[in-house]
Design a binder for this molecule. Structure first.
Ligand code: URA
Ligand code: SF4
Length: 212
C-alpha cells in the first residue's frame, strides 16, 4: 500500500515518531531532499499548527519554520499572546519539494498525492500530541487536515468541529483554517501586509481561546 503508513510506528509518542521519520519512503520526495523535517514542540501542546512543507532553510537545518515564514509565524504567535511552549509546529508534508534551476532550488507545492502519502505521519501526531485545537496554515495544510479542498477565504478564522473533515479519518480536535505566513511575505504593499498580519494574529488568538 502506497504512502507513509508502513513506516509510521503504532501508538508511538512524538520522540518515537521523530526517530522513525528519516526512514520513510512513502513517496519519492525523500530522494532529493537533504533530510526529513519533522516537528517542534511537545506532546500535550494545546495548539497544533500545521504548515505546508519544509522550505529551503528548513530542509538544510532539519527544523520546521526556521526561515522567513517561520520568523513571521513566531512573531504572529507572540503578538497573539500565546506562549511558545503551548504550540506544536509541524507540516502536512515532511520533505522539501523543489525544482532545481541551476544552483537554486525553487519551492514547488506538494501535490495531492504527496499530501495523502504523508498524512499517516500527521494522524500519528494527532494521536500522540492530542492538541485541543488544530490550526491549518494555508491550502495545503487544510487539504491534509480536512481531507478535502477548501477555499481559505470562505472558511478562515472559524473554529470548526472535528467532523468538518470530509472523507478523512476523524480529527482529534476542532480545526481553524487560516492563511499561510508565506502568503504574507508575497504582499508588497506595507499597509496590506500589516492588515494581513493582524488577521493572522486574530485567527491565532481565536484558536488559542478555543483551546482554553
Ligand atoms: N513553510 C512551511 O509551511 N513550513 C515550514 O516548515 C517552513 C515554511
Ligand atoms: Fe514519507 Fe512524507 Fe517524506 Fe513522502 S514526504 S517520503 S510520505 S515523510
Amino acid at each position: 500500500r502506497p504512502g507513509a503508513e508502513q513506516w509510521v510506528p503504532e501508538d508511538a509518542n512524538v520522540d518515537e515518531l521523530r526517530r522513525a521519520a528519516p526512514d520513510c519512503r512513502g513517496c519519492e520526495l525523500w530522494r532529493d531532499a537533504t533530510q526529513v523535517v519533522f516537528s517542534r514542540g511537545r506532546q500535550g501542546a494545546a495548539l497544533m499548527l500545521v504548515g505546508e512543507q519544509p522550505g529551503d532553510r528548513e530542509d538544510l537545518e532539519g527544523e520546521p519554520f526556521v526561515g522567513p515564514a517561520g520568523r513571521l509565524l513566531a512573531d504572529a504567535v507572540d503578538a497573539a499572546g500565546i506562549a511558545r511552549e503551548r504550540v506544536y509546529v509541524t507540516n502536512a508534508v515532511k520533505h522539501f519539494r523543489f525544482e532545481r534551476r541551476g544552483k537554486r532550488r525553487i519551492h514547488e507545492k506538494p501535490s495531492v498525492a504527496h499530501i495523502v502519502a504523508c498524512r499517516p505521519w500527521l494522524e500519528a501526531e494527532f494521536e500522540a500530541v492530542q492538541p485541543a485545537v488544530v490550526v491549518a496554515l494555508g491550502a495545503t495544510a487544510a487539504r491534509s487536515v480536512l481531507g478535502r479542498t477548501v477555499r481559505i477565504g470562505e472558511i478562515r478564522g472559524r473554529v470548526m468541529p472535528p467532523d468538518a473533515a470530509g472523507g478523512a479519518p476523524a480529527l482529534p480536535a476542532p480545526v481553524l483554517v487560516t492563511t499561510h505566513p508565506s502568503a504574507l511575505l508575497r504582499i508588497d504593499d506595507a499597509a496590506d501586509r500589516a492588515a494581513a498580519f493582524e488577521a493572522l494574529v486574530d485567527d491565532l488568538r481565536t484558536a488559542a481561546d478555543a483551546a482554553g
